[in-house]
Write a protein of this length. Sequence first.
Length: 170
Amino acid sequence: MRYEDSAMRILLVHNPKAGSEEHQSEDLIKALKRAGHKAIYQSSKERGMTKALEKRIHLVLVAGGDGTVSKVACRLVALKSKVPLSVLPLGTANNFARTLGFCLSQKELIERLSDGKCGRFDVGVACGPWGKRYFFEGAGAGLFADYLKAPKKNGEKEKAKSKAEEMRRH
């Protein structure tokens, strides 16, 4: 992804609450500017993401975890956007980023954005009583889905009770 003036217009969609380590929006924006890019900031926790994704940008950089990546990717698909998406893994598991090979440090990932290669990945669609929902990483059904629906009121006790009940039911 080379550009004539080498400055990409990057929409940084940041989840300030992702993961357990600290990552400030100002630091991420500065790092993008140091790497020669023009950064547009959008918090994943605030309104305006769809409008931000419709701007003239070269790349969407998601700084967050799997949930944030999924949220942004779903919006891009719904908008029928052709803008590439990249990930700055800041979440807890970062399954999506690991699967795609985003294993470098934040600094290295940002420095290499201009040299990135675009690829395609499949998008799944689940349809049900909830409507239509896109998914990228995985989908579950049966016992797994029932377990995830279990009440969380009393923490792990409630989950363990629900898990045992669901195991007997299935």
